[in-house]
Design a protein around this ligand. Structure first.
Ligand code: NAP
Ligand code: GLV
Length: 310
């Protein structure tokens, strides 16, 4: 029983140790290690080379994504057929994302960019600062991460609304869904947080139409995927003042090209796709718990819906 691991950004030795701690008899191999590929039943991967899972591993039972998003796998037209893809759902990845959302919502809510600018110019000027119940925060994507972010934003007292594909009911959150619900959701959102997956339906969804549906001077925080955003439309909306600021963790091209206009834009905050990352010491336990389910003949938890794309 072998698990194959592939990631260019996660540390293999740490993952190997944590997987072994959770299941000592599991044989764990890194992608380029030599060994019997036919013994590989589980793949734990981030952006594997296209076509390779199918070509190399004929006895795969499950593909575990190292990330919550599975777009990096579904982009492969040659995936092994009939092998379920399991999303990474683990408490520390979720916690990291919630930390990111709360940090940047509070930063805009408390006008930190304007205060930093005042300090740079030695200006002492008291800016009117409402408290959280008078600040309307809207989240696109009410899944594992969106709902955990609401938990903390709600405790802080923000006025909350959310938008998803199917109808939801979440305490203290005004919920909208579907294309029909989008304009009402946007109209009441001063800080827009995007936590959507990247799918055929969500491609380029953060565009001029969405920005013009927000109140003038709204803020955008995108920690979903770069493919969700029209980057030219963001620049235009910032220029016109329709958007007062944008915090972006994800980009159409990553790493963000050095010449991209976002880098030096005074209203853009860039983070290098590090809003939330699976932590090996926590995530390995979730992966192994799912392997134990499979061994007992149960379906693994958090199987992605390949047709829906997330
Ligand atoms: P999830 O639990 O699968 O939730 C996805 C949410 O998006 C659901 O509420 C879903 O609606 C909604 N959605 C999907 N398609 C939609 C559409 N066409 N219109 C409206 N809503 C739609 O996913 P998650 O675990 O919260 O993760 C969300 C995403 O965050 C990931 O896919 C990934 O792209 C991103 N992410 C980024 C980082 C980072 O470091 N930047 C880290 C982790 C995750 P329903 O509830 O109706 O199904
Ligand atoms: C990271 O981007 C993830 O999908 O977990």
């Amino acid at each position: 029983m072998t698990l194959i691991f592939k990631s260019d950004s996660d540390h293999w030795q740490d993952w190997q140790q944590s997987l072994k701690d959770a299941m000592p008899d599991l044989d764990c191999r890194n992608w380029d290690d030599t060994g019997d590929d036919d013994a590989v039943e589980y793949a734990l991967v981030w952006k594997p080379p296209l076509g390779e899972l199918r070509r190399r591993f004929r006895n795969l039972k499950v593909i575990f994504s190292l990330g919550a998003g599975v777009d990096h796998l579904l982009v492969d037209p040659d995936l092994p057929s009939g092998v379920p893809i399991v999303r990474m759902v683990e408490p520390e990845l979720t916690r990291g994302m919630t930390e990111y959302v709360v940090l940047h919502v509070l930063r805009y809510h408390r006008l930190v960019p304007a205060l930093e600018d005042q300090q740079k110019h030695h200006v002492w000027n008291v800016l009117p600062t409402p408290t959280a119940p008078k600040r309307r925060v809207g989240i696109m994507g009410l899944g594992v991460i969106g709902q955990d972010s609401f938990r903390v934003l709600s405790a802080l007292g923000f006025a909350l609304s959310g938008w998803s594909r199917t109808a939801k009911s979440i305490p203290d959150v005004t919920c909208y869904h579907g294309r029909d619900g989008l304009s009402a959701f946007l109209a009441e959102t001063e800080i827009l947080v995007c936590l959507l997956p990247y799918t055929a339906e969500t491609d380029n969804i953060l565009n001029r139409d969405v920005f013009s549906g927000l109140p003038q001077g709204a803020y955008l925080i995108n920690a979903g995927r770069g493919g969700l955003q029209d980057e030219d439309d963001i620049l235009v909306a910032l220029e016109s003042g329709q958007l007062a600021g944008a915090t972006l963790d994800v980009f159409r091209e990553e790493p963000l090209p050095v010449e991209h206009a976002f880098w030096d834009h005074p209203k853009v905050t860039i983070t290098p796709h590090n809003a939330g990352t699976a932590q090996h010491w926590s995530a390995a336990k979730e992966v192994i718990a799912n392997i134990r389910r499979i061994q007992k003949g149960q379906a693994p938890l958090h199987i992605a819906d390949s047709a829906a794309g997330y």
